[in-house]
Design a protein around this ligand. Sequence first.
Ligand SMILES: Nc1nc2c(ncn2[C@@H]2O[C@H](COP(=O)(O)OP(=O)(O)OP(=O)(O)O)[C@@H](O)[C@H]2O)c(=O)[nH]1
Ligand SMILES: [Zn+2]
Length: 190
Amino acid sequence: MSKPEFDHARAERAVRELLFAIGEDPDREGLKETPARVARSYAEITAGLGMQASDVLTTTFELGHDEMILVKDIEVWSMCEHHLVPFTGVAHVGYIPGTDGRITGLSKLARLVDVYSKRPQVQERLTTQVAESLVELLKPRGVIVVIECEHLCMTMRGVRKPGAKTITSAVRGQLRNPVTRAEAMSLIVG
Ligand SMILES: Nc1nc2c(ncn2[C@@H]2O[C@H](COP(=O)(O)OP(=O)(O)OP(=O)(O)O)[C@@H](O)[C@H]2O)c(=O)[nH]1
Ligand SMILES: [Zn+2]
């Protein structure tokens, strides 16, 4: 699949239109550079659209490790696809290597979260995409992904419930076993 290109000129035109729509003057001093800034900012916060999991899950090692590996508290900044405002929190990503004992670099798990969070998203899909790409690319015996986020669309507008957290999980393979799952959850919560 070819990478979608970010169209800066189009984004700038759209921001200029939006400024008109809210009754602002995009040509006034303080706003002159705003369309270009917002376009650059959107290119950055949607950069995951131009990437796929295989771009980041590159380094794998044959370590013969067959116990769970868990990276917790990975910072998440994503964008709610309904309102285009951020949702933010943490992701916990764990897996039990496959029978070949192949593992990946720890940072790659955090990069994987970035691939799927840097785009318009819903939290449920983000959670499943991270889990399923690990299943596909690492062939692990089990995977657990738990994501806890606060959605600014529920905080700064609409229902206005600051502090409300949404928790989603995706569990695959041996981590569905109640004992293994409980061990993973105790590491995440503890
Ligand atoms: N399931 C799910 N819902 C989300 C997510 N992000 C935002 N939403 C919800 O998407 C819904 C969109 O509802 P709509 O009724 O179409 O939009 P709205 O009128 O702006 O809704 P309010 O936010 O209730 O004011 C809202 O209930 C949001 O809370 C997400 O990641 N997952
Ligand atoms: Zn929203």
